[in-house]
Design a protein around this ligand. Structure first.
Ligand SMILES: Nc1nc2c(c(=O)[nH]1)N[C@H]1C(S)=C(S)[C@@H](COP(=O)(O)O)O[C@H]1N2
Ligand SMILES: [Mo]
Length: 520
């Protein structure tokens, strides 16, 4: 029961902080602050494991893990408080201090944002005290007084039993009512902060200008004829999402500004209207995450609308010796992109549109970077607010500080979408299909190998450009047995995708994808 008191009190801390937090930045609530701090300290192998295991459900997994950890700690604290109140109080205050420290060390979170966590902790402490009083009525601990009383069977015994019964009832009533109240407070807090945030409405109301330079027309035959191969153009709702933002930054377009500074002749500041008024371009670009395992789904292809970064840099005039641009998000994430990549003709852009809509909030609304040819962790900064022109020797990006590479050109990769792993089908003609990418180099060949047989050339679908993925198909005459279907791509420079297996850390996975199937 003391453990339960601890859990209910912890729930009160979180719920009250959530309710009051509706009036502060969303990133200041205890769960978000704790989770974000945990993410910031996650060593690369653990991040790699989390993404390999949970994929884009990594955030849900983190919340479940945090919930369980907090529940266990709360049980312990409840028992400690029951046996030694002062020690329990110290424990709760310590936890409160940890939460406040996590909140205050978030990027762009001011000191007043500690208020929800402080008030929450005090409320939790009061509730813990309130729940302990009926429990202390059940002393002596640790014998179960009810059983003892029942054994005694005399007047005194039944009096004790009655009072124990009352104490129990009072405890469970108080705990139950508090838990329900906490649930209501937390839900209310969520609804209130959703209502107070107007970013979703502002995004809906935003009208994008038409591009000055439209995207090159997409050839009719880009889609693999094989059923089950993912669509060539990824709908926004299916686009993979990878970021460190437990709570998505909410930026008002009227407040958005991009500051270009550092090793430049001329500091430049852009606001959102400047972007709307500029000559925008549109182009299809396939984004890929460095954490994508061989055969993985962390890649997507969209039509982006934006301003070439080249033009912004031309105004700022980088100084001699600069070789990198450190782009920074409003939430503290940063990416290091080679300066020349942002200046060449690959059309790296400050994007405001994705597949004809304003950027979805999770994909960087209102402005993100899109850089063909580089993994997202060194290029695709969402919620971007700053470009610092600097040198690789002088500055490090978010993931580089955590053991990942400082540069991230995308490795040539083929993926088998059909058949799926562990599929079972009868012998005969089987359609095999998938996609392949080598952004900026392009895909010139895809080959398929069944078990250890000869490599056979697949049929390539039309190529839209070298910065988009290219689909393929192959017909296999399947014979009974367990088989491995492998694929490899050749890029525009003639280089064949390496067989050498590498983990995503530090600069991207490599190896040939292999799908096991049963033909019977
Ligand atoms: N602000 C911010 N931008 C970010 C990240 C991030 O964690 N925070 N992750 C990067 C990584 S690792 C990738 S792969 C891409 C993913 O973009 P998407 O979520 O739109 O697919 O965003 C990049 N931009
Ligand atoms: Mo990524």
């Amino acid at each position: 029961m003391a453990a339960l008191a601890g859990v209910v009190s912890a729930g009160v801390v979180l719920a009250i902080a959530e309710l009051i937090g509706a009036f502060f930045t969303a990133r200041a609530t205890p769960l978000f602050a704790l989770g974000s701090t945990f993410i910031d300290f996650t060593p690369p192998p653990l991040k790699d494991f989390a993404i390999a295991t949970f994929g884009t459900n990594d955030k849900a997994a983190l919340f479940v893990g945090m919930g369980l950890t907090i529940a266990v700690l709360a049980c312990v604290l409840g028992i400690v408080a029951y046996r030694k109140w002062a020690l329990g109080v110290l424990g709760v205050l310590f936890m409160g201090a940890v939460i406040v420290a996590c909140v205050l060390t978030r990027a762009g979170v001011g000191p007043l944002n500690a208020i929800p966590s402080i008030v929450g902790t005090i409320a939790g402490l009061l509730v813990l005290r309130r729940l302990m009083v009926p429990l202390w009525g059940l002393k002596p601990w640790p014998e179960a007084p009810a059983d003892r009383a029942a054994d005694a069977g005399d007047h005194l015994g039944s009096a004790v039993a009655a009072s124990v019964g009352t104490s129990r009832r009072r405890f469970f009533a108080a705990a139950g009512i508090t838990a329900v109240a906490a649930g209501i407070a937390a839900t209310g807090g969520r609804l209130l902060s959703a209502a107070r945030s107007n970013v979703a409405q502002a995004r809906d109301a935003l009208r994008l200008p038409s591009p000055a330079k439209a995207a090159a027309p997409v050839p009719a035959g880009v889609q693999s004829p094989v059923e089950g191969v993912f669509p060539w153009l990824t709908p926004n709702s299916d686009f993979y999402r990878i970021d460190t933002a437990l709570s998505v930054p909410e930026i008002n377009v009227n407040d958005w500004e991009l500051r270009v500074h550092g090793m430049v002749e001329q500091e430049v500041t852009l606001n959102f209207q400047d972007l709307l008024d500029a000559d925008l371009i549109e182009s299809h670009v396939t984004l890929t995450c460095v954490s994508n395992p061989v055969g993985g789904k962390l890649a997507g292809n969209a039509k982006w609308l934006g301003l070439p970064i080249r033009e912004v840099l031309a105004k700022a005039k980088p100084k001699e010796g600069a070789d990198m641009v450190l782009s920074k998000s409003i939430d503290g994430f940063s990416a290091s992109t080679p300066l020349e990549v942002l200046q060449d003709d690959r059309d790296a852009m400050l994007a405001i549109g994705m597949n004809g809509e304003p950027l979805p909030v999770e994909h960087g609304y209102p402005v993100r970077m899109v850089v063909p040819g580089l993994y997202g962790f060194v290029s695709a900064t969402k919620w971007v607010v700053e470009l610092e022109v600097t040198r690789f020797a002088d500055a490090k990006a978010y993931w580089t500080e955590r053991g990942w590479s400082e540069r991230g050109p995308i490795k040539t990769m083929a993926r088998v979408d059909v058949p799926k792993s562990f599929a079972k089908f009868p012998p005969g003609k089987v359609a095999v299909g998938g996609t392949a990418w080598a952004q900026t180099r392009g895909i010139t060949k895809v080959e398929v190998q069944i078990d250890d047989g000869e490599w056979a050339e697949a049929t390539l679908s039309d190529e839209a450009s070298t910065i988009t993925w290219r689909q393929w198909s192959y017909e296999w005459d399947a014979t009974p047995g367990i088989h491995y279907v492998k694929a490899r791509a050749t890029d525009g420079t003639g280089e064949v995708q390496t067989e050498k297996r590498a983990d995503p850390v530090p600069d991207g996975a490599s190896g040939w994808p292999s799908v096991m199937v049963t033909v019977e």
